[in-house]
Design a protein around this ligand. Structure first.
Ligand code: AP5
Length: 213
């Protein structure tokens, strides 16, 4: 299974990808996580990416395409993988198709997480992330047991720089302009399924499994 999770920032792609990893053992390929890792390591790529991410803009296509091309060649991707946050532009989707074609593979399914903007703003502004293990919480709806501490590994929880109010608005606008057209791209290819992402995480997970069957 090569699965593309499509949807605006905060729609729950990362949350659901982690459930899919646990249930199916497919690796999660998140370009956002890869870029944040590069930033935390202080690499040249990380420094370049940070200037785009802090503003809520997309990192240049060639940078993320290079990251994904290298990652999909690793052994754990042989039986499939989940793409979370990639592709995000039509050129990225076309590059992905070409890359997979060379490997004798293709995208099997793209699932679009549908959700209104008001709920996205609520989710993103209240999100807290563990920098150590990547677990996610929400200050109202998915609270950690101890305030500010990750339930899984005990590390401090932080607010992502791009989850500040002014950057959230920019990310939503960028999504509409550059990423939303991908729904039509995968619809035309006969690969698109849509799910209601406003439901509880458990119900979204059920809908996602149905969309994959
Ligand atoms: P990235 O890290 O990919 O961020 P994103 O797409 O904006 O998505 P998010 O991680 O914000 O949201 P999500 O849909 O995963 O939701 P989550 O599960 O966390 O990208 C960040 C930046 O990197 C981009 O802006 C760009 O600069 C750059 N970048 C990355 N990929 C790129 C690419 N391909 N090309 C160019 N640039 C790229 O959930 C959100 C919150 O809601 C959490 O608090 C969670 O607990 C809560 N929640 C989740 N599900 C539910 C539910 N069902 N009910 C209630 N609350 C829920």
């Amino acid at each position: 299974m090569i699965l593309v999770l499509l949807g605006p920032p905060g729609s729950g792609k990362g949350t659901q990808a982690k459930t899919l990893v646990a249930n199916h053992k497919w690796p999660q390929l998140s370009t956002g996580d890869m870029l944040r890792h590069a930033i935390s390591e202080g690499t040249k790529l990380g420094l370049e990416a940070k200037s785009f991410m802090d503003k809520g803009s997309l990192v240049p296509d060639e940078v993320v395409i290079g990251l994904i091309a290298a990652r999909t060649m690793l052994e754990d991707c042989k039986k499939g993988f989940i793409l979370d946050g990639f592709p995000r532009t039509i050129p990225q989707a076309e590059a992905l198709d070409k890359m997979l074609q060379k490997q004798g593979r293709l995208v099997n399914r793209a699932v679009l997480f549908e959700i209104p903007d008001a709920e996205l703003v609520r989710r993103l502004s209240g999100r807290r992330t563990c920098l150590s293990c990547g677990s996610m919480f929400h200050v109202d709806s998915m609270k950690s047991k101890k305030d500010g501490i990750c339930d899984k590994c005990g590390s401090p929880l932080v607010q992502r720089d791009d989850d500040k109010a002014e950057v959230i608005q920019k990310r939503l606008a960028v999504y509409q302009l550059q990423t939303a057209p991908l729904a039509q791209y995968y619809q035309t290819a006969g690969k698109l399924k849509k799910i209601d992402a406003t439901q509880s995480p458990e119900k979204v997970s059920e809908s996602l499994e149905k969309a994959l069957s």
